[in-house]
Design a protein around this ligand. Structure first.
Ligand code: NAP
Length: 346
């Protein structure tokens, strides 16, 4: 039976959760870090991080995460597999039901569960995800040596994926639904200047062909001179539709915040599902949520910046906010919390 009763649980082990863990562990809060469904978060899917302060030569995403984890463990943070499936956040201590079947009790919670890749909604994607369709060029690019591949999206992620894939693939075509990129100038220029990267403007993906045995073999794409062809196609407007032979498709159209477990709690989410944190006097943002003792940091509450360095900064803020709240709150001390019988063994 699980008998955990904690001062602080940190949900998520990406750069934000790790930074919170380092701060909380150094403050002797003995944080428990739940690693989540994607341990290490999005940086583990990135090659070189060139804009994280202190690494003038760049640093591998996986390397940065491993260093962060080592650093947090060195100060006493504990890591555990699993994610939160349901949360009872009214009252103290709060109760968290985990994917492992355990239930945890904690006085304070830092939500650093990040965001996950969005899917396009093209026909065939459910069957082919992981079989030639991917949301991670770093993970799957090497399977596409000599292939022609598509990358869907027009932001920095799409440029990064396209440039990475160009190392392996014969040609990389970026499908973008408009004729203007959202990506930063520097990333867009790098992609535009690469000989093996092409752009299909005002174009979207309707269907992916292939099978789990053969992988991706082709795709049906649509274009319209005014952009957003998929929407127009669905409305019955005439769009140009073309079949293309490709050996791989990569989605890079942004992310969804991982907040499903908060939907039935008093934590406030915005229309896109991002956690809403309080804005204190003078508009200085804090990591406090609508629930006392629950703090949020990183991509789960930040649809705007979404940088490793900002997520790390917010993780440290959340730990400091949690520390202050734990010190000042009159909530039930963790020591007196009773164990909750659960189905899972421990
Ligand atoms: P993003 O900036 O939100 O771009 C998403 C792209 O996908 C947009 O071009 C969007 O088109 C397109 N899109 C969205 N939904 C679509 C759909 N259903 N069908 C077709 N296209 C769709 O997301 P991101 O590229 O993942 O970047 C997120 C953040 O991370 C940004 O702040 C970015 O700067 C940062 N980032 C930085 C780096 C780096 O510096 N190395 C690398 C990756 C990401 P529209 O343009 O028409 O909306």
């Amino acid at each position: 039976m699980s008998t955990d009763a904690r001062d602080l649980v940190i949900a998520g082990s990406g750069v934000s959760g790790l930074s919170a863990a380092v701060y909380a562990a150094r403050a002797d809060l003995d944080p428990l870090v739940l690693e989540g469904d994607e341990p290490g978060g999005q940086l583990t899917l990135t090659t070189d991080v060139e804009n994280y302060l202190g690494f003038p030569e760049g640093v591998g995403g996986m390397d940065l995460i491993q260093r962060g984890k080592d650093q947090a463990e060195q100060f006493g943070a504990e890591f555990r597999h699993g994610s939160i499936e349901a949360a009872e956040l009214d009252g103290q201590p709060m109760e968290l039901s985990l994917s492992t079947g355990e239930t945890l009790r904690t006085r304070a919670l830092v939500v650093a569960t990040g965001a996950s890749a969005r899917w396009v909604g093209a026909d065939g994607e459910d069957e082919l995800m992981g079989y030639g369709l991917s949301t991670c060029a770093t993970c799957d690019g090497a399977f596409h040596r000599g292939d022609d591949v598509l990358v869907v999206g027009g932001g920095d992620s799409a440029m990064e994926e396209a440039l990475f894939l160009a190392k392996f693939a014969d040609t990389v075509t970026v499908l973008h639904r408009r004729d203007e990129l959202r990506a930063s100038e520097i990333m867009a220029d790098r992609a535009r200047e690469h000989d093996d990267v092409e752009f299909a403007w005002n174009t979207e993906l309707l269907e992916i062909h292939g099978s789990q045995d053969d992988g991706v073999t082709g795709a049906r794409i649509a274009s319209h001179p005014d952009g957003y062809p998929k929407e127009r196609h669905e409305d019955g407007t005439d769009v140009a539709v073309e079949e293309v032979d490709v050996g791989g498709v990569f989605y890079a159209i942004g992310h969804e915040p991982n907040t499903a477990f908060l939907r039935d709690t008093p934590v406030e989410l915005d229309d896109s599902g991002y956690v809403q944190t309080a804005r204190a006097e003078d508009a200085w943002a804090t990591t406090e949520t609508a629930v006392d003792g629950v703090f949020a940091a990183g991509d789960v509450m930040d649809p705007d910046y979404q940088q490793a360095v900002t997520a790390a900064g917010m993780g440290s803020m959340a730990a400091l906010d949690a520390e202050e709240w734990l010190e000042s709150s009159a909530s039930v001390p963790a020591e007196s919390a009773e164990a909750i019988p659960t189905e899972a063994g421990d």
